[in-house]
Ligand binder design. Structure first.
Ligand SMILES: Cc1ncc(COP(=O)(O)O)c(C=O)c1O
Length: 404
C-alpha cells in the first residue's frame, strides 16, 4: 500500500477550501436525524460513495439564497415557475451551455426526472407495450417499466477496449417492436457522453421506427472532457418532434433533495398527452427548489467550474491509481458524470464485493447488478468529493480490491 504522500504525489491534489462538507457538523446533524439518505443510510463510520449526490458543500450563492428565505419564513405557497421567469431562465441556460435553441413555451416543470419518466410512460404507452432501455443503466429505468405493467426490451451497451458502445444493429431490430425508448446521456453508470455521430445514428433509427424517446439528460452539466454535451433533441426537427428531454439542476448543483426538473417537448400532440391530467395531481413545486434552481442557473457557473475541475482531477487520479494498483480491475473513464464504473469480474467473488467493501472497508458503493444486464461483477463508485477524502476511500478499499 503506497503511503498517503505517494498517493498525493501521483497527481497534484486539487483541494478547494470551502467546497468541503464539514464532517463534525454532519455528525451533529445526523445525531439529530437531520441528514439526507446518503449520510444516514449506513452507520456513521461508513464513507458513502454510493448514491449520486456529491459530498461537497452547495454553492455559497445558493446557500445564501436559501438561508435568506428560511430566515424570512418564506415557506408558504410558491409563485409559479412562470412568475419567476424559469422558462426563460432555462432557455438561456441551455442556449449558453449546450448551444441549444429552444422555445420557452415548450418547457414544462416536474418534481423530478423520475416523475418525468413515469409520466412519459403513462402518457405515451399502454399496458403491455414494450419499452426499450440500454443496460447497464440507472435502476429506475427498469423498475418504472415493471411498475407500470409495461414490458422491458433491452439493447445492452457493449464494452469494447476503450469505451462502451451502442449496438446499433440490435437497436434497430428492437426499435421496430418498442413504443418508447428511455435514453440516458450522459450515461449512468458508464459515464459515456455520446458523440454527435452516435447521436445522429440513434436519432435516425428512432425517427425511422416512429419511436418516442425520453432522453434523460440529468448529468448534462457534468461533462469532464472538452467535447460538449449535445442534447439529442437539438440535432434536427425530426428527432425534436419525437423527444421529451428531461433535465435538472439537481446533479450538477447538488440540490437533488429540493426537487425540481425540466421537461422539454416541442411536439404539441405529445404535449397534449403529457399534460392531459390536471396539474393538481402533480402538486405545487417546492418553493425552496424554485429559488435554488433560479440561483443555480443564473449565478452558479463559477462554482460549477470549480467542481468540474475537482472532478476532472479525481477521475484522472482514480484512473492512474487503479491502473497501477488494482491490477484485476478495469476502469474505462467515461467522458462525464462523477461515477466510476469498475469492472471487477477478474476479482474472485466479485458478486460479494459490495458487501465486503461495506463490512471490511466501511465504504458504501453501488452494486453493478443494480443496473441490470451487464452489471454483474461491476461496482459503481461516486468520486464527487475532495481529493483527501477520495484517498481515504481508496485506502479503505485497497485490501479488498487487491485481493485475488
Ligand atoms: C440518469 C438519472 N436519471 C434520474 C436520476 C434521478 O433524478 P431525480 O432525482 O430528478 O428523479 C438520477 C439520479 O441519480 C440519474 O442518475
Amino acid at each position: 500500500m503506497p503511503s498517503q504522500e505517494n498517493i498525493h504525489g501521483a497527481l497534484p491534489a486539487i483541494i478547494f477550501i470551502g467546497v468541503k462538507l464539514d464532517k463534525v457538523k454532519l455528525k451533529h446533524l445526523r445525531s439529530k436525524g437531520i441528514a439526507g439518505i446518503k449520510d444516514s443510510k449506513f452507520q456513521s463510520d461508513v464513507i458513502p460513495a454510493w448514491i449520486a449526490d456529491m459530498s461537497f458543500d452547495i454553492a455559497p450563492v445558493i446557500k445564501a439564497g436559501l438561508i435568506e428565505m428560511i430566515e424570512n419564513s418564506v415557506c408558504g405557497y410558491p409563485q409559479t415557475p412562470h412568475d419567476l421567469g424559469l422558462h426563460e431562465i432555462f432557455k438561456s441556460y441551455v442556449c449558453g451551455r449546450f448551444d441549444w435553441q429552444i422555445k420557452s413555451e415548450d418547457v414544462a416543470f416536474l418534481k423530478d426526472v423520475v416523475q418525468g419518466i413515469c409520466r412519459c410512460i403513462y402518457s405515451f404507452t399502454d399496458v403491455n407495450d414494450q419499452i426499450l432501455i440500454q443496460p447497464p443503466v440507472y435502476q429506475p429505468f427498469h423498475s418504472l417499466v415493471k411498475l407500470t405493467n409495461r414490458r422491458l426490451l433491452v439493447n445492452p451497451l457493449v464494452k469494447s477496449d476503450d469505451r462502451y458502445q451502442i449496438d446499433f444493429a440490435d437497436f434497430e431490430s428492437k426499435a421496430k417492436k418498442a413504443k418508447l425508448f428511455i435514453f440516458c446521456n450522459p450515461q449512468n453508470p458508464t459515464g459515456r457522453v455520446y458523440s454527435r455521430h452516435e447521436l445522429t445514428r440513434l436519432a435516425e433509427l428512432c425517427v425511422a421506427n416512429n419511436l418516442i424517446v425520453v432522453s434523460d439528460e440529468i448529468h448534462a452539466d457534468l461533462v469532464l472532457d472538452s467535447k460538449p454535451h449535445i442534447p439529442l433533441s437539438s440535432l434536427n426537427l425530426d428527432i425534436a418532434e419525437k423527444t421529451i428531454t428531461l433535465m435538472s439542476a439537481s446533479k450538477a448543483y447538488n440540490i437533488a433533495g429540493t426537487s425540481l426538473a425540466f421537461a422539454y417537448l416541442p411536439n404539441k400532440k405529445l404535449q397534449k398527452l403529457f399534460n392531459a391530467k390536471a396539474e393538481a395531481i402533480y402538486g405545487n413545486h417546492n418553493i425552496l427548489a424554485l429559488h435554488a434552481v433560479k440561483i443555480a442557473m443564473t449565478e452558479g457557473e463559477s462554482w460549477l467550474k470549480k467542481i468540474l475541475a475537482i472532478l476532472r482531477g479525481n477521475r484522472l487520479f482514480l484512473e492512474k491509481y487503479i491502473l497501477e494498483n488494482w491490477v484485476n480491475v478495469d476502469y474505462l473513464p467515461g467522458e462525464g458524470t462523477y461515477l466510476a464504473w469498475l469492472d471487477c469480474r477478474k476479482i474472485q467473488g466479485s458478486s460479494i464485493l459490495p458487501s465486503k467493501l461495506l463490512e471490511q472497508s466501511r465504504v458504501a458503493i453501488t452494486a453493478g447488478s443494480d443496473f441490470g444486464y451487464g452489471g454483474q461483477g461491476f461496482i459503481r463508485l461516486n468520486f464527487a468529493r475532495n481529493r483527501d477524502e477520495l484517498i481515504s476511500v481508496i485506502k479503505r478499499m485497497d485490501k479488498v480490491m487487491r485481493a485475488n
